[in-house]
Design a protein around this ligand. Structure first.
Ligand code: ADP
Ligand code: ZN
Length: 519
């Protein structure tokens, strides 16, 4: 009679009980079945394969793309007395040969291996001569072609099932997005596998979205509450990373840059400092973060809009892994919407991909503009219903005021129409406000019936109206890249005033900028 899972959990890992779905997953695997595990970061995925690997005969093979994480896990397991090893490109030939021998002699409980290594015919034939207890495929979303962590080798992992049909497989990911989950099941040949989906809620993270008017100043004000604490500031481009890192250093923060344009040494050095020192603010592109296991990250700030809600969830999920209070803060403005929409339209991607990217961006914009509890919107994006208002997001803590913008929206839309759907927001606001600008006169727009009909509304409010119209699909950004706005099918309904339009009343800002991209 073999040991019971809870006994092994206590004996080897020193934990008194399993969390969430862990026990069900362990039993499912021990019985020889396949599983697809969806669990948020910090949820405890590792035990889901470590425990069954120890309970089953033979070695557990763990495929992981993250070399640093592999090493950490193996070290931790060895301290618990588990016979764990890893094989990747960092090992010298002699060490690798020693581990291969141990594998063949059946002296390993767990063997971590990088996918490219696993797929070599040499390693596959070693496995043929070994006794295998299970295969675990970690970071399984790497198989998704749409994701930014895509690894080509992951596509070939179906070979595991073809070659060893009787060995149970477990694929694990912190990806919450249902289309990606389906893609994982399909591409890894796990359609028949049982799915274990945990709640993706991170209750200790407080979500806040602010309307961008001066991103640097707003960031500085936000960071005042986090002086001396570790955090990440995400920017859209390398240039923005440099600018924000310099700015924060000027403001007395211990900030470091991280992006793919820096030398590998500099990147590694900055990452090490972030992990080891206290209170470092990492200003980074999304190149930074995957596999970063730092429990006390107190905030994740986005000064530019991420590309999808899924991406946003992953990036903010790096905050508060220790369970203590943490902030996810996002500053967002009209310029972000226009820029990201243009990036999609101008990219070289095919129509199918563009459609997907548009849908993802719209989902994110829905989150940004929502008047509802942010947590509800975020989790709904992953097919999860959050039962009540969370009380730990900006919309719960300070509900936004709304106003009836039906008439204002009609004025804005009709101004777009009358001026020929060829102008960007600054010009449109000039026309609405009856500005005496050179361009307005040159275009003859002082002759339009919409000239000056919006004098009673200030420029910032007009920007807020236009932003919400674009975000909700009542206006679209042109594909040519000049930022001109056009009507959509939905605009016509709004133009006729058939639907009352409630918009968010943005809190007034101290400094207002005219440029579409501020900060
Ligand atoms: P993930 O890979 O899902 O991000 P980990 O497997 O690294 O999460 O686990 C996160 C933390 O939670 C680890 O420190 C782990 O030891 C701890 N943990 C996981 N399961 C349990 C449990 N049943 N009891 C106590 N601690 C646990
Ligand atoms: Zn809430």
């Amino acid at each position: 009679m073999s040991e019971r899972p809870t006994d092994l959990l206590k004996r080897v890992f020193g934990y008194s009980q399993f969390r969430g779905h862990q026990q069900a997953i362990v039993e499912h695997l021990v019985a020889g079945n396949d599983a697809l595990v969806l669990m948020p970061t910090g949820g405890g995925k590792s035990l889901c394969y470590q425990v069954p690997a120890l309970l089953r005969d033979g070695v557990g093979i763990i495929v992981s793309p993250l070399i640093a994480l592999m090493q950490d896990q193996v070290e931790a397991l060895r301290q618990l007395g588990v016979r764990a090893e890893y094989l990747n490109s960092t090992l010298d030939g002699e060490t690798a040969a020693r581990i291969e021998q141990a594998l063949l002699r059946g002296e390993l409980d767990l063997l971590y291996v990088a996918p490219e290594r696993l797929l070599t015919s040499r390693f596959l034939s070693l496995l043929d001569r070994s006794r295998i207890g299970l295969f675990a495929i970690d970071e399984a979303h790497c198989v998704s072609a749409w994701g930014h962590d895509f690894r080509r080798e992951y596509l070939e992992l179906t070979i595991l099932h073809e070659r060893w049909p009787d060995v149970p497989r477990i694929a694990l990911t912190a990806t919450a997005d249902p289309p990606t989950q389906r893609e994982i099941a399909e591409r890894l040949g796990l359609n028949e596998a049982q799915r274990f989906v945990s709640s993706f809620d991170r209750p200790n993270i407080r979500y806040t979205v602010v309307q961008k008017d001066n991103a640097k100043r707003q960031l500085r004000d936000f960071l005042q509450q986090h002086r001396g604490e570790a955090g990440i500031v995400y920017c859209l481009s390398r240039k923005r990373v440099e600018q924000f890192a310099d700015y924060l250093v000027e403001q007395g923060f211990n900030a470091l840059p991280y992006h793919a344009g820096l030398d590998a040494d500099v990147r590694a050095h900055n990452q090490r400092r972030f992990l080891r020192e206290e209170g470092i603010v990492m200003v980074a592109t999304i190149a930074f973060g995957m596999g970063i296991d730092k429990p006390d990250v107190r905030f994740v700030a986005h000064v530019d809009l991420p590309k999808s809600l899924e991406g946003y969830y992953q990036e903010t999920g790096r905050a508060g892994r220790d369970g203590e209070a943490a902030d996810a803060w996002l500053s967002y403005g009209l310029g972000d919407v226009v820029l990201l929409k243009q990036m999609i339209e101008q990219s070289e991607s095919g129509e199918e991909r563009k459609r997907l990217e548009r849908r993802k961006l719209d989902q994110l914009l829905g989150y940004c503009e929502s008047l509802q509890c942010r947590r509800q919107v975020l989790l709904a994006g992953f097919g999860e219903t959050y039962p009540s208002e969370c009380g730990n997001c900006d919309n719960c803590l300070h509900p936004a005021a709304t106003w009836d913008a039906t008439v204002a929206a009609q004025k804005a839309l009709s101004c777009v129409y009358r001026s020929g759907q060829r102008y960007g927001v600054n010009h449109l606001i000039d026309v609405l406000r009856g500005s005496d600008s050179e361009k307005v006169r040159q275009c003859g727009h002082d002759q339009l019936t919409t000239y000056g009909i919006g004098k009673d509304v200030d420029t910032a409010t007009w920007r807020s109206i236009f932003r919400q119209l674009v975000a909700s699909g009542l206006l679209e950004v042109d594909a040519e890249g000049f930022g001109s706005l056009r009507l959509t099918d939905a605009s016509r309904v709004a133009l006729r005033g058939e639907r009352r339009l409630l918009l968010r009343r943005d809190t007034p800002s101290r400094e207002r900028e005219r440029a579409p991209r501020s900060g």
